[in-house]
Write a protein that binds this ligand. Structure first.
Ligand SMILES: Nc1ncnc2c1ncn2[C@@H]1O[C@H](COP(=O)(O)OP(=O)(O)O)[C@@H](O)[C@H]1O
Ligand SMILES: [Mg+2]
Length: 275
């Protein structure tokens, strides 16, 4: 067995809001280069867990190590001490996050959105940041749209800009929180394609998604959460095709129904438009 710590090593993570516990002892490891799909019903704690990894939330118990470094704390004389804001910001910079809503600056072009953090946070020179920004937009298939403003881009294009923006800081880890849930169905594929390419290039990723096709094809491991705990996890062919737990089965059959309803509605709409 290797004694190298996984890139993400979350142990017994507890999180409460106003006394209500929403993460009840989460253990999740993610190896470098691994892609994890995190599934679970609404309210199961998926977003909260991603926010804990990214230190947008403090935790009340447990530990999270990112690349061997304790997130948010250092251990001195057997006790934990909270890191100062500067050191926390430095840790957070190593993690890219993509949300359901793209949160691009509306008054900045695609390229300027991508250059923002490298120039103003990392202190990268403008020329270098611009060169990298253009490469990243090329990589997500938007090399021709560098000067477009978010309002001039479709939702799928905006989300691809958001992915390029996260990549601009050279993260060790990418977190995706339902990146395609807010998109029209016909725009989902282009975003998933970019994520698939990232996975193939070896990026370590935790992806919260209801896209079972993506999970099946791209995930190395699927983790099913419900009620603030990990219910089951394993290779996608096991968890998705042959779930062991009743809660996983119920969730998956509900998702399947919704997906079929969406597909039928889309087909109807396309047919109506063609008339
Ligand atoms: N900032 C917050 N304040 C209070 N409760 C919250 C907050 N964020 C999340 N919660 C609660 O935590 C639970 C888990 O939420 P969340 O992590 O968003 O679940 P999921 O992403 O799986 O839908 C929910 O009951 C939600 O209402
Ligand atoms: Mg969520």
């Amino acid at each position: 067995m290797s004694d190298v710590m996984p890139l993400v090593h979350a142990v017994n993570v507890h999180k409460s809001f106003y006394g209500v516990e929403v993460l009840k002892g989460i253990d999740i490891d993610v190896a470098a280069g691994e892609v994890i799909c995190l599934l679970g019903p609404s309210g199961s704690g998926k977003t909260t867990f991603l926010r804990c990894i990214n230190q947008l939330e403090t935790i009340q118990g447990g530990r999270i190590w990112i690349d061997g470094e304790l997130a948010g704390y250092e251990e001195k004389g057997g006790r934990l001490h909270r890191l100062n804001d500067k050191r926390i910001a430095a840790q957070r910079r190593e993690i890219g996050m993509v949300f359901q809503r793209f949160n691009l600056f509306p008054h900045k072009t695609a390229l300027a959105n991508i250059m923002e953090a490298p120039v103003h946070v990392a202190g990268t020179g403008k020329a270098e940041a611009e060169k990298r920004g253009r490469e990243l937009l090329e990589r997500v298939g938007l090399g021709e749209r560098c000067d477009a403003y978010p309002a001039q881009l479709s939702g799928g294009q905006q989300q691809r800009v958001a992915i390029a923006r996260a990549l601009a800081m050279d993260p060790k880890l990418m977190l995706f929180d339902e990146p395609t849930s807010a998109l029209d169905p016909e725009l989902v594929g282009e975003v998933l394609a970019v994520m698939r390419e990232l996975a193939a290039a070896g990026m370590t990723m935790i992806v919260v998604t209801h896209e079972m096709g993506f999970a099946r094809e791209v995930a190395d491991r699927v983790v099913f959460m419900d009620g603030g705990v990990v219910v089951e996890q394993g290779p996608p062919e096991d968890v998705i095709n042959n779930p062991q737990h009743e809660r996983t089965q119920a969730f998956l059959s509900r998702i399947k129904e919704e997906t079929e309803e969406h597909a039928a509605a889309l087909k109807e709409r396309v047919a109506a438009e063609e008339l």
